[in-house]
Design a protein around this ligand. Sequence first.
Ligand SMILES: Cc1ncc(COP(=O)(O)O)c(C=O)c1O
Length: 397
Amino acid sequence: MPRFSKAVASLRSSEIRDLMTLASRPDIISFAGGMPGNELFPVHEIEELYRSLDIKQKQAAFQYGPTPGLPSLLESLAGFLEKKGLPVKENRLLITTGSQQALNVLAKAFIDPAEPVLVENPCFIGALSAFRSYEAELRGVPVDRDGISIDALCREIERKDRAKLLYITPYFHNPAGLLYTIERKQQLIALLQGTNIPLIEDDAYADLYFFEEDLERLRPIKAMNPDGINVCYTGSFSKILGPGLRLGWMLVPEKIYGKCELIKQSADACSPSFTQVLADAFIRSGQIYSYVASVRQEYKKRATAMVSALREHLPDYVQWNEPRGGFYIWLTLPDEADATQIMTLAIEGGAVFVAGKTFDPAGKQNNSLRLSYCNNTPEQIGEGIPIVAGAIRNICG
Ligand SMILES: Cc1ncc(COP(=O)(O)O)c(C=O)c1O
């Protein structure tokens, strides 16, 4: 047996990978993956944009680029982020290979083996695996419908062996679907000030809101620019253009940026120039805004279809969120329920989702499950939800 490092010995086999295999079986309706619908990608628009580039731009697309990102994309992306009120000029922007790399780079920058890291429970699996890969001790803090529990966070912060880092996903949370309230963000800021705990604010989904009235609530903590907190803001082109581009970013204070740039350099030297050129053209043409507006409508339609199917078919004892944006609905079942058992039955019936314990930092709590509506038509949703509901009734009564 090869002698692996301690860091990778602690990595578990990827449940995401297993689930993706299931999700790709053609006979199954998959509510498992958090990926955009293939039919929604702006294939023709990107073809046109590539065709319209001059030869120098096309050559640059094939070439290595600077580690922080192509200057033209850094400039256009800065404009896109400034529209959200983000303090781009007072911070540094780094293009990353998906926002997954941003999380990995930040984890490497801050975490030594056995150091505690605070995460929401449930939490995005990609963040958990990034933190695990640096041997963090994961401390889950529960969430409710308004955001992270302030009481539980307070207890964590008062501990003698206080955590090194806090990671949150306040906007259309993956997997819990929730959107933080303004009050909850303010309480969080007040609690973190002066603790010297950097905050990773993961904003992969905020552009996919369904209701204009939520715009104020979607204002990032990074944009509030709170005194005395190092906010490391991460974002991604994956849900607003396509995950195949593998492009994300981080916006971080100068003192953190320097280390992150060095870490990224050793990881992959630069993110793909080819897709950076395309993303830049997509922003500069203004199409990013019209495209995002159109997918927002489509995801809202799919979410509405799922909500009405759940209302019709789910037993009353299941609690769930009505999504205001993003990709996910989170179902909470009675305490003793086992979502893996339900999942096995659902797969037999022809539908799949992700069992809750995948998102538990301790990998245990399993009376919950995540449904994604992003990758299915309303018809498929109408067909698949009764299968899921039937499996729940079968197991939970
Ligand atoms: C909350 C959250 N953060 C980050 C990512 C990573 O996305 P990417 O690496 O494609 O930018 C995802 C992907 O699903 C996500 O759900």
